[in-house]
Structures are given as structure tokens and as C-alpha cells.
Write a protein that binds this ligand. Structure first.
Ligand code: 5AD
Ligand code: SF4
Length: 436
């Protein structure tokens, strides 16, 4: 009889990537995927805890699973990922429906753990070195593959929980990364994203200078790699060598995602970001000089403890000066255990919400202005799939811009490369027509 698994994935791209590896191992154990978790024999909740809102959403979902367990006591429910690491065996006590808690270091050992599963347990040791990639990954996309290159983070930004739940930085060996990319190419993948919490630190423990820039160029040189992205860079650490690699690479996306977090030097200092707004602006100038077509995006937090109206104005000024293509904007969320949670002058929620709105209003104008510059130009787009209106397809440019175009009788499939002439810009996307 077939066994079925369901995967409920939350959080960032690293979690997406971990989810693909969990899926691969479940399939190796004979499980088949089912979207409806009520029909599953095994339910994996892969969690995030970067903000309280994520945790609340996930706690709600875990609550929902209680009825599933009552209806089918045989179902195994596992909670993995960052919130599992943070909450640990407390989860087993609080939720009788949970059978297994898996910290972030056990992704590659999951199959083993599951094969030997006998009773409720938590696996939480953060010092376990994840084994190097082995086995299959079941990838969501048929043409794009996530490739983790390093795990963990040593930055300790004062607001951030990640270093506590993902442990210290560990880089994968270059030859294993290249092997995974080659394997991906042989399976038909052509677009790759190298993943790490802080990719500029890649290879530091190997003592090789410019290891990340090197890796980028080495992956770029693999025949069959048609597009190459990476996430996430740190404005303190991104090197001239990396900017140079993007400029000279054949298929490296000209997209720079550089989380600035704040435009106030005082706030940046208290966030422990290790750079100033002047450094950041200089970096943007350098990038624009080396890569004139660069698409530049960022992350910004509003309402960090002690953020004054003047500090916030500094953020607005910086956003205006850079003219980001887009920005992920967040209300500061207090994460217990981080230094910022204990800082004085926590900002009231209504002030945070107001600042977020003002920031989004400004960024929306800038995003639209950036997208308007695309009008009249032609872009190579990798087709991702139809929109709700099945006569309109969507896909992305090499700079990661979302593009919509009408099918007009043509039969597309995921991963097709389509030349699209952009005709209209909106805040979040552009619309155009495919060239025949
Ligand atoms: N509150 C709000 N936003 C946060 N981020 C990280 N930690 C917090 C927090 N405690 C944001 C940062 C980071 C992005 C992934 O999430 O902007 O770049
Ligand atoms: Fe990703 Fe951070 Fe959320 Fe973990 S806590 S899933 S690393 S965003």
C-alpha cells in the first residue's frame, strides 16, 4: 500500500531548499507527495521564526493538526526548521500531536532518523555538522534549482534570531557544490541559486581568498548553467571580486540583493551591521559603475528599538537616493534571546505601522519608476507558468523582474526562454508581448 507525505513549508529560500531535500528523502523511503495533509501518513512542518508573525501563523497550523492526529492516530507529525530549533522539546510538551522535533542540523540525516523512528523525540544538537549532500532532492521547479553553499551565520545582528537557530557558519566543499550543479544540469535544470545566510563568507574556513567570487565563476563556467543567482550578500562583506565576477560572468544575474536594514548610522551601529550609510551608498555607486543594468533590491526594518523620527528620515532619504527596484520592508519584531529584545525604547506598534506605511508609499513610487525604465526594451524571460488567467503567462528576467505576457495561441512550458518586449510597467511587475 502506498504511503503519503505532506510538506508544509514556511520561511526563506533556505527552508525551501531544505524542504526539497526532506521531500527527496521521504520519496526514497517510499512516500508519495499529497497536497492535502488530511490524507497524509507523514506530515512535515518546516518552520521559520524570523518574526513573531511567522511563528504565530505556524503555531495556528500546528494547532489545526491536532484534529488530524485525533482522526488518525497513526499519522506521524514532524516539526523541523528554525522554530523547531528555537522551541525544542517544549513543542513536544505543549502539543501532544507532535511526534518528532528536528533541529536545523539534521536535514541530511532525516532519512536515518525516520527509518529508525520508534517514539516521540527531539533532535536539537546545533553542533552536528550536516553531512554533505547525498541522495535525491525533489525540486518544485522543473528548471530552477536551489543549491545551498553554506549553513549558519556568524554575524549576530542584534535583532536577528538566525545565528541562534542555524548555528555557526559552515561552508560546503566546492567540489560537492559543483557536483550538485552538474547533476542538476544533467537532470534538465538550467537556472541555479546559490544559497547561504551570508554568501560572502563562503569558504572563509578554507582560508582561500575570494572563495565566493571564485565559486560563482566556477559555477558560471559549467556548460548548461544558463542563469545563476545567489542569496544573500552582506553590504559589509561583498567584495570587489564578487562585483567583478557579476560584471564579467556569462550568466550571473545582474541582480544585487543587499539588505540595508536602516539608513541611520546610529541604528546601523546598534544593529551591529558593521557598515555606515556612506559605505552602503559608495557600494551602490561601485555596483552601478561595474554593472550599469544592475537591479538592486533590499530589506529594511522599521521601528528598531530607539529609532527616532530623524533616524527613520535617514532611511527614507537613503531609499530615495538609491532608488531600489524593490524593497522587502518589515516591522521590527522582538525576538527573545537577541540583544535588541532587551534594548530600551521599544517603539510602539502604531508608530511602527505608520513608518512602514510611509516607507512602502515611497518605495512603491520608486519601484514603478524603475519598472517604467524597462518599457520599450526586450528581455529574455524564463517562463514559470500561467497566471490565474490561463491566457497570460508569467516569468522572470535575469534580473529577477516579474513579467506577464499573453499566450496568443502559443503553447509554453515551464522553463521556456521567451523574448518579451515590455509595454507597460506596474509597481510589482511589467507586462509585455512575446516576440514570435
Ligand atoms: N524583525 C523584523 N525583521 C527582521 N528581519 C530579521 N530579523 C528581524 C526581526 N527581528 C528581516 C531582515 C532580514 C530579513 C530576512 O528579515 O530585514 O534581512
Ligand atoms: Fe529562514 Fe531565518 Fe526563517 Fe530560519 S528564521 S527559515 S533562516 S528566514
Amino acid at each position: 500500500m502506498s504511503k503519503f507525505y505532506s510538506l508544509l513549508n514556511y520561511g526563506c529560500q533556505m527552508n525551501e531548499s531544505d524542504g526539497e531535500h526532506y521531500s527527496g528523502q521521504l520519496q526514497e523511503l517510499g512516500y508519495q507527495y499529497v497536497a492535502d495533509f488530511h490524507k497524509a501518513d507523514f506530515i512535515l512542518v518546516n518552520t521559520c521564526c524570523v518574526r513573531e508573525s511567522a511563528e504565530k501563523r505556524i503555531a495556528g497550523k500546528i494547532g489545526e493538526l491536532k484534529a488530524v492526529k485525533v482522526a488518525n492516530p497513526q499519522v506521524i507529525i514532524a516539526v523541523a526548521g528554525c522554530m523547531a530549533q528555537k522551541e525544542g522539546d517544549k513543542l513536544l510538551q505543549k502539543y501532544p500531536q507532535i511526534d518528532l522535533v528536528l533541529g536545523t542540523s539534521y536535514v541530511d540525516d532525516f532519512k536515518n532518523i525516520l527509518a529508525n523512528y520508534r517514539r516521540r523525540a527531539a533532535f536539537l544538537d546545533l553542533t552536528v555538522r550536516p553531512k554533505e549532500f547525498e541522495g535525491t532532492k525533489v525540486r518544485k521547479s522543473s528548471f530552477h534549482a536551489w543549491i545551498p553553499i553554506m549553513y549558519g551565520c556568524n554575524n549576530f545582528c542584534t535583532y536577528c534570531i538566525v545565528p541562534y537557530v542555524r548555528g555557526r557558519e559552515r561552508s560546503r566543499k566546492k567540489e560537492n557544490i559543483l557536483a550538485e550543479v552538474r547533476q542538476g544540469v544533467s537532470q534538465g535544470y538550467k537556472e541555479f541559486t546559490l544559497l547561504g545566510q551570508n554568501v560572502d563568507s563562503y569558504g572563509k574556513e578554507f582560508g582561500v581568498p575570494d572563495a565566493f567570487a571564485d565559486l560563482l565563476l566556477a559555477v558560471d563556467a559549467i556548460p548548461g548553467v544558463e542563469r545563476l543567482h545567489y542569496m544573500t550578500s552582506h553590504p559589509r562583506d561583498i567584495s570587489d571580486a564578487v562585483i567583478g565576477a557579476v560584471a564579467k560572468g556569462r550568466h550571473i544575474s545582474e541582480h544585487f540583493h543587499l539588505p540595508v536594514q536602516s539608513g541611520s548610522n546610529e541604528i546601523l551601529r546598534r544593529m551591529n551591521r558593521g557598515y555606515t550609510r556612506e559605505h552602503y551608498l559608495e557600494l551602490i555607486r561601485k555596483i552601478r559603475l561595474a554593472v550599469p543594468q544592475a537591479v538592486i533590491t533590499t530589506d529594511i526594518i522599521v521601528g528598531f528599538p530607539g529609532e527616532t523620527e530623524e533616524d527613520f528620515q535617514g532611511t527614507l532619504d537613503l531609499v530615495q537616493e538609491v532608488g531600489f527596484d524593490s524593497a522587502f520592508t518589515f516591522i521590527y519584531s522582538k525576538r527573545s534571546g537577541t540583544p535588541a529584545a532587551k534594548m530600551e525604547n521599544q517603539i510602539p506598534l502604531d508608530v511602527k505601522k505608520q513608518r512602514l506605511q510611509r516607507l512602502m508609499d515611497l518605495e512603491n513610487i520608486n519601484s514603478l519608476a524603475c519598472n517604467e525604465k524597462m518599457v520599450g526594451r526586450e528581455y529574455s524571460v524564463f517562463a514559470e507558468g500561467p497566471t490565474k488567467n490561463r491566457d497570460i503567462w508569467s516569468g522572470r528576467t535575469s534580473g529577477n523582474k516579474l513579467v506577464l505576457w499573453p499566450v496568443e495561441g502559443r503553447a509554453y512550458k515551464q522553463g521556456d526562454e521567451v523574448q518579451v518586449l515590455v509595454e507597460k510597467a506596474q509597481t510589482w511587475l511589467v507586462k509585455g508581448r512575446a516576440k514570435q
